[in-house]
Write a protein that binds this ligand. Sequence first.
Ligand SMILES: Nc1ncnc2c1ncn2[C@@H]1O[C@H](COP(=O)(O)OP(=O)(O)OP(=O)(O)O)[C@@H](O)[C@H]1O
Length: 257
Amino acid sequence: MSRPILKLEGLSKAFGAVQVIDDVSFDVPQGTRMALIGPNGAGKTTIFNLMSGVYTPDEGRVIFDGEDITGLPSRKRIGRGLARSFQNIRLMPHLSVVENIMLGQQSRVSGPGAMIAPLGRRSRWRQEAEALLSEMNIDTYTGEVVATLPYGIRKKIEVVRALAAKPKMLMLDEPAAGLNPSETAALRDFLIQISETGTTILIVEHDMSLVRSLCDRAVVLNFGRLIYDGSTRDVQNDPQVLEAYLGSRHAEEAVHA
Ligand SMILES: Nc1ncnc2c1ncn2[C@@H]1O[C@H](COP(=O)(O)OP(=O)(O)OP(=O)(O)O)[C@@H](O)[C@H]1O
């Protein structure tokens, strides 16, 4: 197995009296596609927030690409190569597709004028954003205003915007939420295409058939604890995972999908 690009070591986080994450450790090997799953409220988004620097853990460490980034602000983590797309689309709806991609490049710019540098009309940033859209085969939409596009296309653009930061690892929070089956299949193929360029992918996703067709390995959380770390082929037969899902609205999917 390749070396881990990300290591979570004994992460814990409480909100008030509630222990939301409890001593969670796992590795993400470089170049893999891995899933982080679990019932509603298990702590998946909180783990993403700890990884991306939205929250600081009470205990434990986040090691990315050999460096301890536990105390590093979010923006600097993106600069190190750890990028994230969010559960709900956060594109700028009134801007064009290419302008949204250029906003994703900002983490690579520093100094005076950093916020607007990429938005110059003929800048090398624009050329690079256009090239990225072309590489990802969605350049038909380059000049379109985001608000006018179908939901499935906007989800792809959200992923491409995260890629504009040139990440080593991409964290995706429920990228298939709200997509129909053909849009989901297109997104899966798109994510495989991205990972084949060498980008590591960690995905939070409730759609178990997408998880199994995209990822080899899954880690499962329940009540903030890690209860499974292994193959996606065997996950639905694991007794602890079955117990965690029983009674939840995802039990059917987990067992039969
Ligand atoms: N900022 C916060 N303050 C207090 N409680 C929080 C906070 N963020 C999350 N929680 C609680 O932590 C628990 C885990 O939430 P989290 O959103 O990480 O779960 P999840 O696995 O992502 O759930 P879902 O699948 O529903 O998105 C929940 O009980 C939630 O209410």
